[in-house]
Design a protein around this ligand. Structure first.
Ligand code: SGN
Ligand code: CA
Length: 524
């Protein structure tokens, strides 16, 4: 991974002083707290891979606006999700707990919104709170003074929103609308209170429908193909049995937009495609058809097969995925411009992340779920209030840490039941010797849901990863990330690594017990 924008000469001291100055204010008394506690803007996209952020890796695309956050703040290189799937990630964000403790094991469950969440505590302590965009937790949002969310996964074009319980269809492109509503809320909020605004994009979730303003971006045959795109999954049974292969499972019509009226292009999900277009107004549909009809004609004429078709699919997939991200980036820019113009940037922390990572052709895949690096890692960048220099944070952090961090920033005592740790010491560049040395992971959405990723749990340290796949399978995998960052070589049967795997198994068991995951002792 490259960190293009990071300088090596870093002024740690400057950070420590700046942050401790604003933190010192929050301990002086209630009145001061309310005035001085920072505003929080938390921007989370859906399925945004760190590989598609130029502050992490500029080989695929440029994200100049999200990079502004990293340039003026912090970039986390080891930020991980506890369960790489949407609703569980969102429940963990709100509660600061692992899935087995907040009950949100998978996307199918309805979130128990009577639970303790950080927005509720912020609200109680005088913050004005709002959430705008994707919600995906089925139950009504609680703990928010204002909410305006997409039902379910939401639509890219002319989406419905549920605003404070009232559903209405709004004309426009979803990423722009979420930002329009966010700016509107910022304009009209209660100026007397600090605020926490959560802006949750739908993009770049499947089926990757770009806004027409970005149609002309990217040459579609030029993306660097991951070296393991044609992975044979040797030694990795669960990986061999998934259904998230770009080559096998990505639909030519629904995913890749090669719709032909004659119906000659093979597609399982053709019937899902037209309803997405039916939402468009005349202009949107004309622009869409102009763009994709040409491509479809060219695709049919080329009559690609085998490896050529596989590579074409990869490029087609990435082009639309990255165009959706271009909209996200533009809209992050709108928020940052607004904060600068109004002076709010002086007392606002802006966080950018994704609900999980995503595969952009690595192992031949799209989607997430697995504990392998691309879907385990969440991008995480933060701009601190005021001006500061860029800094990289390499400690292992997880999405259980968001809730305690925001409470800590607001000067609220972190309840015992929260399982994560405040990131504030890392953010301030303070001594963090006793920071966690491993993270715990558990994925449950099997059987039943698409993509067929087996249940598994595991441990990751700075160097190693141990995974146990279970349920209708019982296999272990061990990776030495230093030697094999792409996780192609399962070392579980390698005698040179027996000692390491034994130790990791013990630590995994301890971690599972400590965080209260009873299934772990049952399975060992
Ligand atoms: C949808 C997608 C899947 C995706 C899940 C979960 N299919 O079902 O590809 O894995 O969402 O995604 S789609 O055809 O409906 O797009 S998540 O990010 O919400 O967890
Ligand atoms: Ca997601």
């Amino acid at each position: 991974m490259k960190f293009n924008i990071l300088k090596t000469s870093i002024n740690l001291l400057f950070f420590a002083i700046a942050l401790s100055m604003f933190n010192s204010c929050k301990h002086k008394g209630e009145e001061n707290n309310v005035l001085k506690r920072p505003n929080i803007i938390f921007i989370m996209s859906d399925d945004h891979a760190y590989q598609a952020l130029s502050c992490y890796d500029g080989s695929l695309n440029q994200t100049p606006n999200i990079d502004r956050l990293a340039e003026g703040g912090l970039i986390f290189t080891n930020s991980f999700v506890c369960n790489s799937i949407c609703a569980p990630s969102r429940a963990t964000l709100l509660t600061g707990k692992f899935s087995h403790n907040n009950g949100q094991f998978d996307n199918r469950i309805r979130f128990d919104s009577s639970q303790l969440t950080f927005p509720k505590l912020l609200q109680e302590s005088g913050y004005e709170t709002a959430i705008i965009g994707k919600w995906h937790l089925k139950s009504q949002p609680t703990g928010f003074d204002y909410w305006n969310v997409l039902p379910g996964q939401g639509h890219y074009y002319n989406p419905d929103f549920i605003r404070m319980g009232k559903r209405e269809r709004v004309e426009g492109y979803v990423t722009n609308l979420i930002t329009d509503f966010s700016l509107e809320w910022l304009e009209n909020r209660n100026n007397e209170k600090p605020f926490c605004l959560m802006i949750h994009n739908k993009a770049p979730h499947r089926s990757w429908m770009p806004d027409s303003t970005h149609f002309s971006l990217y040459k579609e045959e030029n993306f660097p193909l991951p070296s393991n795109y044609f992975d044979n999954y040797e030694g990795r049974t669960a990986a061999a049995e998934q259904k998230m292969s770009v080559i096998e499972d990505m639909d030519l019509v629904y995913d890749l937009k090669m719709y032909d009226e004659e119906g000659e292009i093979p597609s399982k999900y053709r019937h899902w495609y037209l309803p997405m277009l039916d939402r468009m107004n005349e202009d949107q549909r004309k622009a869409w058809e102009r763009e994709y009809n040409e491509k479809t004609k060219a695709f049919k004429n080329a009559d690609l097969k085998g490896e050529e078709l596989a590579i074409w699919k990869f490029n087609r997939y990435l082009a639309d995925y990255l165009k959706c991200i271009a909209s996200v980036d533009d809209n992050v820019g709108r928020i940052l411009d607004y904060l600068e113009q109004t002076g709010l940037d002086e007392n606002t922390i802006v966080v950018y992340t994704s609900d999980q990572g995503f595969y952009l052709g690595e192992h031949g895949w799209f989607d997430k779920r697995f504990m392998y690096e691309e879907s385990l890692k969440m991008p995480l960048v933060m701009k601190l209030p005021g001006k500061s220099q860029a800094r990289e944070i390499n400690q292992l952090v997880q999405n259980i840490d968001f809730a305690p961090t925001f409470l800590d920033l607001a000067g609220i005592q972190i309840p015992e039941e929260i399982q994560g740790a405040s990131l504030l010491p890392l953010m301030e560049g303070r001594d963090s010797e006793d920071w966690r040395e491993s993270i715990y992971y558990h994925y449950y959405e099997y059987p039943g849901a698409g993509h067929s990723v087996k249940r598994h749990y595991g441990i990751r340290t700075a160097r190693y990863k141990l995974i146990h796949f279970y349920d209708d399978i019982d296999t272990w995998e061990l990776y030495d990330l230093e030697q094999d960052p792409r996780e192609m070589n399962n070392l579980i049967s390698d005698p040179d690594y027996f000692e390491i795997s034994d130790e990791l198994k013990k630590n995994l068991n301890t971690l599972g017990h400590e965080c209260g995951d009873s299934i772990v002792s049952y399975l060992h």
